[in-house]
Ligand binder design. Structure first.
Ligand SMILES: Cc1ncc(COP(=O)(O)O)c(C=O)c1O
Length: 495
């Protein structure tokens, strides 16, 4: 099914090429510049559904760039479902194509859709994308095969039997009281958070907490300071609210807090991952924690602490939450059960300074009311009965052993190719490629060999000059044999 416009595009690939500019911001990788331009051309309707994109070789030749850059750009468009690649026949724009299963799917032209400016910006930003399935070295994933499914199923079914009728009804918009209490007790004991149950809001995900914070605390044009490199889910949520992002560098002591003073207008909000910087893995030093809290107080700003995997610390002293040091009610603490339990549980928590509890609870009711009562009740029992603490102990020791395997394998087989950054926490470790000029070729080869390697350069808002590129390597979800096979495949891509 080919629209007339796509026949036109097929006849004139030069029309597309003339749209693409690879010159420009040298700090953005070429593949990313290409991807963004192609994406914009597709979502804005310049490239119509069914249109055939030029072959990677000829486009690379026309533009004077490496073929791997075009490959990577096309690969990313494919992951988002914007193009379909058929071996032997080429790459076709598939966005908005009506199919038998979705005959009424909307066409992509933004004007025709009449989206709001906010809706169009969210759409063009591409949203958030999580990759299901385990492949070396997908990052941020717990081992679902090691999850105590039978015990969880028993807990779930006991919860359903126990309070069946109440749990079928609407529930509290702040969350089930006994889960709020269990979460508060856990956070006080294990994460050094200072809170009572009334400050805890039970949410669907950290992403929802970030979106909610953006709705409640930001006006369009407000400045939000974010770590750079950093978590795209956070940047996406703030940008969707119309905020301007101010990027703050990261080093071995975490966010360079001194950079906050350099913002052209004072940030209203700071997003930080103090326990385990995403993606580089450093811990925010004590000195910087003190400086950040003092800055927030003086600037009348809030700090979002995303403690997404701080529960998994393998070596060294415990690192309590930044929130525990906050005496002025500046820190909003975000945690999730996506990593400690499983991603589809869709349960997370937000610990708020007391004055923010009501505004956030009301705003939350506008978004989705509340999360499943049954799952909240089961999660509460799982915690109260001690299963959660036991599960965490088991997973900590399992993942710690896997981190050791990754470290051994990298030092034995990837010496001279890759340097693993210090890893003492979390589900993944950052790895830098020792010879940056080889990065693109190795990345393309390893991806073609079936590895899933989340790139560090994609996590930068402002790519530093001379960036030593690399990946984040997830290890927690992989059995030692899978880690070894993954490292072997990566080594082959280098050789
Ligand atoms: C820094 C960071 N925050 C939050 C999350 C996601 O948590 P949730 O599934 O609760 O949105 C992730 C997932 O990888 C993450 O890396």
């Amino acid at each position: 099914m080919t629209a007339p416009a796509s026949r036109k595009a097929k006849r004139r690939p030069g029309a597309l090429i003339s749209l693409l500019k690879v010159k420009g911001d040298e700090r953005t990788p070429i593949f990313l510049r290409l991807y963004r331009q192609l994406r914009a051309a597709i979502v804005q309707g310049h490239l119509k559904e069914g249109a055939r994109l030029p072959g990677t070789r000829s486009l690379a030749h026309e533009l004077g760039v490496a073929r791997v850059s075009v490959e990577s750009a096309y690969g990313r468009l494919e992951q988002e479902g914007l193009v379909r690649r058929r071996s032997g026949s080429g790459t076709f724009v598939s966005f908005g194509a009506p199919s038998a299963s979705s005959p009424g799917r909307l066409k992509p032209q933004l004007a025709a859709l009449r989206l709001s400016r906010r809706g169009a910006a969210i759409f063009a930003g591409g949203g958030c994308l999580d990759h299901p399935g385990v492949r070396p070295f997908g990052a941020g994933r717990p081992d679902l095969r090691a999850f105590p499914t039978a015990l969880w199923n028993k807990t779930l079914s006991a919860a359903a039997k126990g309070d069946a009728v109440d749990l079928l009804d609407y529930g509290s918009r702040a969350g089930l009281a006994r889960l709020r209490e269990a979460v508060a007790a856990y956070l006080v004991t294990y994460r050094g958070v200072q809170c009572v149950a009334d400050q805890v809001l039970i949410l669907t995900s950290s992403q929802q907490a970030l979106d909610l914070a953006a709705r409640v605390l930001l006006d369009p044009g407000d400045v939000v300071a974010v770590e750079d490199p950093g978590y795209r889910g956070a940047a996406t949520a703030f940008a969707a609210a119309g905020a301007n992002l101010h990027s703050i560098d990261v080093d071995a002591d975490g966010m360079v807090v001194g950079g906050l003073a350099a913002s052209p207008s004072a940030p209203r909000l700071v997003y930080v991952t103090p326990s385990h910087q995403f993606p580089l893995g450093s811990t925010l030093s004590r000195q910087r924690r003190t400086a950040l809290l003092a800055w927030a107080d003086a600037a009348d700003a809030y700090v979002i602490e995303d403690d997404y995997d701080g529960d998994f610390r393998y070596h060294g002293d415990a690192v309590p939450a930044l929130q525990g040091m906050d005496r002025q009610g500046r820190v909003l603490y975000v945690g999730t059960f996506s990593k400690t339990m499983f991603p589809s549980i869709r349960l997370a928590y937000l610990v708020l300074p007391p004055p923010l509890v009501e505004p956030f609870t009301v705003a939350r009711s506008v978004v989705d009311g509340h999360t499943s009562q049954l799952f909240q009740a089961a999660m509460a029992s799982f915690m109260i009965d001690g299963h959660f603490a036991a599960h965490m102990r088991n997973m900590r020791s399992l993942y710690s052993a896997r981190l050791a395997v990754l470290q051994e394998e990298v030092s034995a087989r990837l010496r001279g190719y890759v340097t693993l950054l210090d890893a003492s926490c979390g589900l993944q470790a950052a790895a830098l490629v020792d010879e940056p000029q080889r990065f693109e070729t190795v990345h393309a080869g390893a991806t073609a060999a079936g590895l899933h390697l989340p790139r560090l350069d994609e996590l930068y808002l402002r790519r530093p000059l001379g960036l030593q590129n690399g990946w984040i390597l997830g290890f927690a979800a992989l059995a030692p044999t899978e880690i070894r096979a993954g490292v072997h495949a990566l080594r082959s891509a280098f050789q």
